[in-house]
Design a protein around this ligand. Structure first.
Ligand code: HEC
Length: 154
C-alpha cells in the first residue's frame, strides 16, 4: 500500500515543481488563462468598490463586505496562479519577466493586497463610509503598485 501513496506524492511533486521545468505550449496557455481569469475576477469585484469610493455609486456596506471577502480569497490565489513561469513560452500576456526574476518583491506585492483586502473586510462590517472609502483606496493602490512593477504598461 506504500507504493501508490509514494507514486501520488511524486506526481504531486512533479506538478508543483513544474514552474522550474519547461512548459508545453498547452500548459503555458492554460497557465496564462488561469492567472488572467483570477485577475479578471479581481477587477470585476473591485469595479463597484472603486465607483462607491469615487462617489459614482451609493455606498452599500453589504456589497463592500461581499466583494472584500471575494477579493481576499482571490488575492490568496495569486501566488499559485503565477507559479508557472511562462517566460520561455510564446504566450499573449502582460506579465513581465520580473515576476520570476524577483520572486520576493512579487510576493510582497501579493501580501500587501491580501492585507488590504483583509482590512477592507474588517471595516466593511462597521459600515463606516469614511473608513470603507479609505480602505478601498488603499486596496486599489496595492493593485496599482504591482501593475507598475510587474505588468506591461497600457
Ligand atoms: C502581485 C501583483 C498583482 C497584484 C497584487 C494585482 N495584479 Fe492585476 N495583474 C497583474 C499582472 C502581472 C497582470 C497581467 C497578467 C497576464 O496578462 O498574464 C494583471 C492583470 C490584471 C487585469 C487584466 C486581466 C485580464 O483579463 O487579462 C486586471 C483586470 C487586474 N489585473 C486587476 C487587478 C486588481 C483589481 C487588483 C487588486 C485588487 C490587482 N489586479 C492586483 C499583477 C497584479
Amino acid at each position: 500500500m506504500i507504493r501508490p501513496k509514494l507514486f501520488a506524492a511524486f506526481a504531486l511533486l512533479t506538478l508543483s515543481g513544474y514552474a522550474a521545468a519547461d512548459l508545453s505550449p498547452e500548459q503555458a496557455e492554460r497557465a496564462v488563462e488561469t492567472r488572467q481569469s483570477v485577475l479578471h475576477l479581481m477587477g470585476w469585484n473591485m469595479a463597484p468598490l472603486g465607483a462607491m469610493a469615487r462617489g459614482r455609486m451609493d455606498f452599500d456596506a453589504e456589497r463592500v463586505e461581499t466583494n472584500a471577502g471575494r477579493l481576499l480569497a482571490l488575492s490568496r490565489m495569486l501566488s499559485d496562479a503565477f507559479a508557472a513561469d511562462t517566460r520561455a513560452n510564446d504566450v499573449s500576456t502582460e506579465a513581465l519577466d520580473a515576476i520570476w526574476e524577483q520572486p520576493e518583491a512579487f510576493a510582497s506585492k501579493i501580501e500587501a493586497t491580501i492585507e488590504a483586502s483583509n482590512r477592507l473586510l474588517t471595516v466593511a462590517g462597521t459600515a463606516d463610509e469614511g473608513a470603507m472609502r479609505e480602505a478601498i483606496g488603499n486596496l486599489g493602490s496595492t493593485c496599482g503598485s504591482c501593475h507598475d512593477d510587474f505588468r506591461v504598461d497600457d
